[in-house]
Design a protein around this ligand. Sequence first.
Ligand code: ADP
Ligand code: ASP
Ligand code: MG
Length: 405
Amino acid sequence: MSLIVMKFGGTSVADINKINNVADIVLKELKSNKIIVVLSAMAGVTNKMQEYINNIESNERIENDLILTSGESVTIGILSSILKKRNIKSLPLLGWQVPIVTDDNHQKAKILNIDKKRINTFLEFNDVLVIAGFQGVDLSGNITSLGRGGSDTTAVAIASAVNADRCDIYTDVDGVYSADPNIVSKAKKIPQMAYEEMLEMASTGAKVLHTRSVELAMKNNLVLQVLSSITKKSGTLILDEKNLIEKEIVSGVSYSMAESKVTISGIPDKPGISAQIFGLLADQNINVDMIVQNISQDGINANITFTVPNNELNLAKETLKNNLNKINYKSLQTDENVSKISVIGMGMMSQSGVAQKMFKTLADNSINILAISTSEIKISVLIDERYTNIAVKSLHEAYNLINKK
Ligand code: ADP
Ligand code: ASP
Ligand code: MG
């Protein structure tokens, strides 16, 4: 008998009908397998919880995670009841009951340990475990959350811990596409992709998978399948590069509007200054992404531009302002209306001209580039947020990714 982990996202559990549909899918797989189901909250519920937190301006990390993770209790309760009505031995479990132990970095906690033995014992007495995604418990017993979209990571971490035969991520699209299908209607489905490509796509904004879930799958060599809970079409397999049949030069274009640009001008141009700035930000757990430094005309002062997640911008500003006398900069400017556009592909490693095509395409559309960053298989540029759609669409076309069917 095989063991399968099946994760269903918010749209797949958005109402009772949809949860009944999830029960149907689980039942089909149950014929020859034991199943662990991981669920998100109903679509929109976690956003609503975040709104409550914003309304009361709560900075209480522990309470905020209690509020944020509440939606998953509802969905696992409903699915498990439905399964029991259908005479299935089902056990609903919150993160702390598994337990999924995390660090105490609330709102972006990392999973430290999952009790494999206990899961196996639960499986001995039940056919299906229905586990709440997105949540864990820290070593002091407080509830933590793994960051928005974190249920994917719960599923992959559990699948890795119990050595599952498969980990299927059911969502509202039937696979990973060459661009967000909600923006580019002619995007094409990617049948297979390497972990590295998916990792770059996820970390540059393709929210179809939580970035850490891909990291974990890669580390544990766990094949992921992304598929729809509505259509029965084949999905996307994410696997080791060695098993890829074809390597595209560019396989996808992604975008993220969740970052802000910070520019610090008039910093003394001397050794150690970058280490100091980014050290201060790292101490506050702020994720810095693109970095550009230029020396000013006088050769004495420098300017540094970098990006941080929108929800960490205030903390970044505060940190820099509080340390003005240490860094000695002249001015600090921020801009939330920027967007990061990325092109990704394994074949880029052995092909020249990919970056040039990106810059030319943007130039042809009169889009100005504010910052650039690259890896072996990715090129990202920062642009004015207003041009996001046109940039994604024109790059998708320029790299010939359009679905011709
Ligand atoms: P779930 O609630 O099931 O976790 P998400 O909303 O987190 O679903 O992720 C699915 C969404 O990801 C899709 O509806 C789609 O708009 C978005 N998305 C962004 N980029 C891509 C891409 N390259 N391929 C597929 N979906 C993408
Ligand atoms: N419900 C959580 C969120 O909306 C976790 C998830 O959906 O993966 O972020
Ligand atoms: Mg998601």
